[in-house]
Design a protein around this ligand. Structure first.
Ligand SMILES: C[S@@+](CC[C@H](N)C(=O)[O-])C[C@H]1O[C@@H](n2cnc3c(N)ncnc32)[C@H](O)[C@@H]1O
Length: 274
């Protein structure tokens, strides 16, 4: 097995999709943050923050006395995020280029550690969860929003979609990535020592006109070189399947069912009193 460092890549179209995702998932992010205790003045961090992610929402919550750190492994994405923060005048946000597995940031220092749609796209996600817990202060919160591919299908079904999904999932697994990670995030949190763990499942439908209706097509385009170079599928077959899926999605009677998402949050135990 050859590990894939990060599944979806950093093409300009992918970065634009992530910018759109900030809007598309903003109500859910806001709901999750409402469940957590994030007072003005808090110190929070978002790992794998992407070009905008949840940084603006967190910035507003912690206010001018607080700090938001956005950590991201891609230098180009950090530059996009910095430009976004400058454009919005979000002076309490600091962007850091780094690896979420070993951030080098002070452990035990954040009131909230958050990551969204990172663990499902990387190998060895447990190492990131361990670092998330280490970064939280005693009594602080750790929260995530992750995906699970089990429900991502369309109705009426489409054989080309199903074949592409099989190939996509095989490619993920061979790269050490778990496409069904969402359902076990709660367990990873527990194993990393968090308590008071809460889980909220989410599923959506993407009818004609929905901005996320073609998300699976975008993902296949992102991993296309890996699928072909890895000998998983011939370019000709992949393109024919994609064309069939695109035609299927253009039909008014086709409904796309989203991934199954899990928002999971828990608390790091207070330090034992001596
Ligand atoms: C699917 S995007 C999600 C971005 C953002 N969290 C959001 O919800 O819009 C995943 C991001 O995690 C970043 N990433 C992947 N592995 C990482 C790691 N080991 N350390 C830091 N960032 C990582 C990727 O570069 C990418 O920008």
């Amino acid at each position: 097995m050859k590990e894939t460092a990060y599944l979806l890549g950093h093409s300009a179209t992918e970065e634009q999709r992530l910018r759109r995702q900030t809007q598309e998932l903003s109500a859910e992010a806001s709901w999750l943050f409402d469940q957590l205790d994030i007072p003005a003045g808090a110190r929070v961090i978002d790992l794998g923050c992407g070009p905008s992610g949840v940084l603006e929402d967190l910035s507003a919550r912690v206010g001018s006395a607080g700090t938001v750190v956005g950590l991201e492994r891609s230098g180009d994405t950090v530059a996009l995020a910095r430009a976004f923060m400058a454009e919005r005048g979000l002076h309490n946000v600091t962007l850091v280029e780094g690896d979420a597995r070993a951030t080098g940031l002070p452990h035990g220092s954040f009131d909230l550690v958050h990551a969204r749609l990172v663990l499902v796209n990387v190998p060895r996600p447990e190492e990131i969860v361990r670092e998330m817990v280490a970064l939280a202060r005693p009594g602080g919160m750790v929260a995530s929003h992750e995906a699970d591919y089990s429900s991502h299908r369309c109705d009426p079904p489409c054989e080309a979609w199903d074949r592409l999904l099989d190939v996509y999932q095989e490619n993920s697994r061979d790269g050490g990535i778990d496409p069904f990670l969402g359902r076990r995030t709660h367990r990873m949190f527990r194993e990393a020592g968090l308590t008071d763990i809460q889980v909220r499942p989410l599923v959506h439908v993407y009818p004609p006109g929905h901005s996320r209706r073609d998300i699976f097509v975008r993902f296949i385009e992102n991993v296309r070189p890996a699928l072909i170079e890895g000998g998983r599928i011939e370019a000709k077959e992949l393109d024919a399947l994609l064309a069939t899926v695109v035609a299927h999605l253009a039909r008014e009677d086709v409904l796309v069912i989203s991934h199954l998402f899990f928002q999971v949050w828990g608390r790091k135990a207070e330090a034992a009193s001596s």
